[in-house]
Write a protein that binds this ligand. Sequence first.
Ligand SMILES: C[S@@+](CC[C@H](N)C(=O)[O-])C[C@H]1O[C@@H](n2cnc3c(N)ncnc32)[C@H](O)[C@@H]1O
Length: 262
Amino acid sequence: MTMNDLRHRASLLIAPDGSAVPGVVYLVGAGPGAPDLITLRGWRLLQSCDVVVYDSLADARLHAELTCERINVGKRSGSHTLSQEEINALLVRLSKAGKRVVRLKGGDPFVLGRGSEEAAWLAEHGVSCLAIPGVSSSVAGPLLAGIPVTHRGLADAFCVVSAHPRGEDRSFTFPAYQPQLTVVVLMGVHALPRWQASLSALGYPANLPVAFVTWAGRPQQRTLRTTLANCAQAAEEFGLTAPTVAVVGRVAALNAVPAYNP
Ligand SMILES: C[S@@+](CC[C@H](N)C(=O)[O-])C[C@H]1O[C@@H](n2cnc3c(N)ncnc32)[C@H](O)[C@@H]1O
């Protein structure tokens, strides 16, 4: 199949005015918290769908007023309203019934969000789906607390690492220490002492700045700034809870840009 064929096929999956069409599942990124950080494309699909299947990280202010059917599949660490298999089956059932389905996921569905797993499952079951990118908490979470993930002279690269690894030995995928690298850790509250030790063992300096941003983009957003050596203890004293994005690197000491959280 050529690029043009693919483009043509994708164009059949969305109406010319950007609204949803029957039988398609739209994997839409809800953005990092504040409801106005969804994309216009995602918003149009939300306005025109028959049913929205949403996770708890997708801000309720985005969909609470919609008149379409709303199904909470509420995935949060430790408590899943539906299992991944049940969510997959639900998406297939709804789309095969001819519904216009928005699958709304926090941040960007394809950044540690299992978006590609859901897309693969839908394809295997003959269901068309379209990906709608979202603003990921991995970059927007820090920024909403005034922390840019890159900054000339301090960091010219960043990486995003899961602290909930799925590999057989459950080891983290941290890179070797480089002063110019920012490491953003998602799902990091529960395993904090373990990944702190892992970074220290890799030679990350004890005094390297670390920041935690909890509920970024929400009214209850809170930020904790500390260092690698102190971060597990400081987090405990602070009462750190999920969802939190952690920033490890020299930029974590910055408060460079004003942010607005409605
Ligand atoms: C399963 S991952 C999904 C990430 C999502 N796909 C994204 O691009 O933002 C969930 C983790 O993202 C981070 N996260 C998502 N939304 C957040 C928010 N509003 N504030 C802080 N961290 C958030 C937390 O680390 C949380 O444990």
